[in-house]
Design a protein around this ligand. Structure first.
Ligand SMILES: *[C@@H]1O[C@H](CO)[C@@H](O)[C@H](O)[C@H]1NC(C)=O
Ligand SMILES: *[C@@H]1O[C@H](CO)[C@@H](O)[C@H](O)[C@H]1NC(C)=O
Ligand SMILES: *[C@@H]1O[C@H](CO)[C@@H](O)[C@H](O)[C@H]1NC(C)=O
Ligand SMILES: *[C@@H]1O[C@H](CO)[C@@H](O)[C@H](O)[C@H]1NC(C)=O
Ligand SMILES: *[C@@H]1O[C@H](CO)[C@@H](O)[C@H](O)[C@H]1NC(C)=O
Length: 530
């Protein structure tokens, strides 16, 4: 990276952090309760024929090329003071393997809950662990915690019992996060629970809830990619009080609701957690978008069309959110109080329980405005959203799908006569394409064209800025808010509020770029299997 580019990068990070942090008075807290995190968006070197089995030595040769890049980035991250560095899902081997063609890439990763092993200093202990050894030595050499994703082989007992979850070939293959401490010790191993068309991997017999402790930030939880959309283990970890999550991903972007950085921000805000998200960069697979998110700040990267296909290191200082760790020092207790006094006003911290959600579905509309008359249905991300157009330059609209209603107050800021169509959409139902997710969604979108049928289609750019208040009454406490502006710019919502009755309000004004999507993405986890 050139010096100019480096300066730009620092400016961007400083700008984002300071401008968002100053609102909540966190600047001083850096002294006592913050740490430096890094994520690397990796433009991986692929195996051009993933379905052809490789010998172990050919597979290793391939992975060493990606490990060489990891090594350079670990050095750069360390230079910038990083205490923890996260690499993406599939970043060493790639994807599209079959169950058998991936075999050369597999290592058997010992369970760090059962034994203490430093692969760098005790490399003779296990054969066939070259990748673990190299990662461990890297963490040690650069004196940082390191999280990488790799393929794990675990032998299992083949029983005569046909209901045994052990595959017929006598072993499991897991999509796995490994974590090394700054002296190279293997401290955590997490097997992905929610696979996304990965025929080379097995779902673990039980969902795993894996956390590890650090001396600089306390407890951190582990998830992988598709996991972020489901209750287990992601929301289960948050419900247990885990406030910092690490998220290696290989995320295929899908506008207008599930672009990588859009959902990363949404999750961090909705779950009130720090999220360290490292994505792959691969244009053919539409993969880009990584970041370091706290409930008050976002440092992120999203490549644009035409950008060179290359990696990106992000480094940011973030506050410690682990309540146990924070409680350890007097200095940081003040911090908690100050954050509380300025944060948005959730009045009820209870999550939605299955019974209460089902017994009392929301029936009233969130405002006295009757549902706007001319609604239409258009498909957004394969779901039939009920939409209403924004016909004036300012006003109020209301739209319902069944008893689930969304309400919008808006004022468009005139932008030199640009003609752009916007619509407010509501969806309550189960998304079933490429995974089952029960949803309640309110989304204000820019339609891709000037025809109503284009509402819900993908669009990346917009000129119209808007001041707005978007509101819905949800049957869940898990609502993930996001504001995506033109050319993949995130905006931090000015005001977010959750009322005890499930009403969520997101207010925003003074946008820096045109509005692409403003969304309240409610997840009805308790209905996923019905
Ligand atoms: C992986 O598979 C997908 C879907 O079959 C395909 O579009 C893509 O090109 C493949 N990528 C690689 C790197 O093999
Ligand atoms: C590693 O492999 C060598 C050669 O196959 C064998 O002699 C040795 O016992 C193995 N070591 C371990 C720890 O399994
Ligand atoms: C988010 O967490 C902070 C503590 O870190 C807490 O003070 C605040 O009330 C939480 N906000 C919400 C909306 O739950
Ligand atoms: C939402 O709208 C769709 C499409 O009109 C409809 O099939 C579905 O029943 C509605 N959902 C509810 C909960 O009414
Ligand atoms: C938005 O901009 C206007 C005019 O510059 C300013 O008066 C107002 O305070 C800003 N609002 C927020 C919430 O920053």
């Amino acid at each position: 990276m050139s010096l100019g580019e480096y300066t730009m990068f620092l400016l961007v990070v400083v700008f984002v952090s300071v401008s968002l942090m100053s609102d909540v008075g966190l600047t001083e807290t850096f002294v006592h309760s913050s740490y430096v995190a890094a994520v690397y968006e990796h433009n991986l070197i692929l195996n051009p024929e993933p379905r052809v089995p490789q010998t172990r030595s050919a597979a290793l040769q391939h992975m060493q090329k990606n490990l060489d890049i990891y090594e350079e980035q670990a050095a750069r991250a360390a230079q910038q003071g990083a205490q923890i560095l996260v690499f993406p899902e599939d970043g060493l081997q790639g994807f599209n393997f079959s169950r058998s063609s991936i075999s050369g890439y597999l290592e058997t990763i010992p369970d760090p809950q059962q034994e203490s092993w430093n692969p760098c200093t005790e490399h003779g202990k296990y054969n066939n662990t070259e990748v673990l050894q190299r990662l461990s030595c890297m963490a040690r050499r650069y004196n940082l915690y390191m999280v990488a994703n790799m393929a794990d082989l675990q032998p299992c007992a083949l029983k005569t019992d046909p209901s045994s979850s052990c595959p017929p070939d006598g072993h499991w293959q897991f999509n796995t996060n490994v974590v090394f401490s700054s002296d190279g010790l293997l401290v955590a191993r997490y097997h992905k629970n929610n696979l996304y068309f990965e025929e080379s991997f097995d779902t673990p017999p039980q969902p795993e809830m894996i956390t590890f402790d650090t001396p600089f930030a306390g407890r951190i939880g582990l998830i992988i990619c598709f996991d972020i959309l489901f209750h287990d283990p992601t929301v289960a970890l948050v419900e247990q009080g885990v406030r910092q999550l690490i998220f290696p991903t290989a995320w295929m972007n899908q506008l207008p609701l599930l672009d990588s950085i859009q959902f990363q921000q949404a999750f961090s805000l909705g779950a009130n957690v720090t999220l360290l998200a490292a994505n792959l960069r691969n244009d053919q697979m539409i993969m880009t978008g990584s970041g370091i998110y706290t409930p008050f700040s976002a440092t992120y990267h999203h490549a644009q069309k035409g950008d060179p296909e290359e990696g990106k290191l992000l480094v940011a200082r973030v506050p410690v959110l682990d309540p146990l760790w924070v409680g350890q020092s007097v200095a940081t207790e003040e911090v908690v109080v100050r954050v509380e006094s300025t944060s948005s006003t959730a009045t009820d911290s209870e999550f939605c329980h299955k019974e209460s959600c089902l017994d009392s579905p929301p029936t009233e509309t969130p405002s006295s405005v009757p549902p706007s008359s001319s609604t239409f249905i258009s498909s957004m991300m394969y779901d039939p959203f009920t939409f209403v157009l924004l016909k004036e330059t300012e006003g109020e609209v209301n739209v319902c799908n069944g008893t689930f209603c969304c309400h919008l107050q808006y004022q468009q800021i005139p932008q030199g006569g640009s003609k752009e169509l916007y619509a407010l959409g509501a969806f309550a139902g189960t998304h079933t394409v490429n995974g089952r997710c029960a949803l309640q969604v309110c989304a204000l979108v820019r339609c891709a064209g000037l025809d109503v049928s284009s509402c819900g289609q993908e669009v990346e750019e917009a000129e119209s800025k808007m001041d707005f208040q978007l509101e819905g009454k949800f049957g869940t406490r898990s609502v993930y808010p996001s504001i995506l502006a033109s050319k993949f710019v995130l905006e931090q919502p000015e005001h977010l509020e959750t009322a005890a009755d499930g009403r969520v309000t997101m207010k925003h004004s003074n946008m820096t770029a045109g509005l692409v999507t403003a969304c309240l993405y409610g997840r009805m986890y308790h209905l996923d299997h019905e």
